[in-house]
Design a protein around this ligand. Sequence first.
Ligand code: AMP
Length: 289
Amino acid sequence: MAAPSTPSPIPIVRDVPALRRAVAGLRASGRRVGFVPTMGALHDGHLSLIDAAGADDHAVVASIFVNPTQFAAGEDLADYPRREAADVSAAAGRGAELIFAPTTEAIYPDGFGTTIHVDGPTAVLEGAARPTHFDGVATVVAKLLIAVGPDRAVFGQKDAQQVAVVRRMMRDLHLDDIALVVAPTVRDDDGLALSSRNAYLSPAERQSALAISRGLRAAEARAQAGETAAAVLESETRSVIDEEPGCELEYVSLVDADEFTPVEEAAGSCILCVAARVGSTRLIDNILI
Ligand code: AMP
């Protein structure tokens, strides 16, 4: 006999009509709605977004959808960690009131033919390394924002370039009546930025991966001491990562926070971005300079 399944602590809806009915129910008492899009395998970083979404008594809707269109062939779509029941409990425990966990067919039905391409911040770094990635991100985030219709949507600084792309998309598509909230990167005590992909790391690889945050902190210390030259800050990070044989730097680049154009001098709001490979796992991280 199959074990009885534990009832979900909060409602889970699987398609957009059910989502709209459930969101209308949350709004019925006059409450506003905060939304957190995720691909699941929730960790404390995701849960901090739920906290931010729920501030001032917003009812929190979280989505769990491993969006196939933001993975290129050969990337980790099939291996991406999926653990819905644990995610729903964790999200509910943090105050989320509704989970949107659609099927792929509910988001991309037969004949689906619309792609949102954002120019500008997609040109470099992650956009250059993963040429179809941000089309998938912009398209699914637009669809989710339109389907949920939240008052605020919360994204993590961990994916800073994604934030720049989403901000541009929301402005260009008149979705800017939704407040875009960016929450700080949550890290483990040793500095490693939390990521669902950290689950791929062996203990030894996890040690190697610490070079990424160490390298960023080294540059941050130089910047705090007054250094503004991008080349110096980047080479500070590069030399720390290069000392760790298990961590292969893909790029380190100081960019303008809005446009994501590389800058030569840190001025105004800049972000130092890193991508590196640890074994077969590709990790990204960044700090504000
Ligand atoms: P993902 O499930 O990886 O698509 O991420 C969903 C959201 O969580 C995105 O807005 C991410 O930027 C955010 N996020 C991922 N990792 C962290 C972290 N360590 N701290 C804060 N936010 C994060």
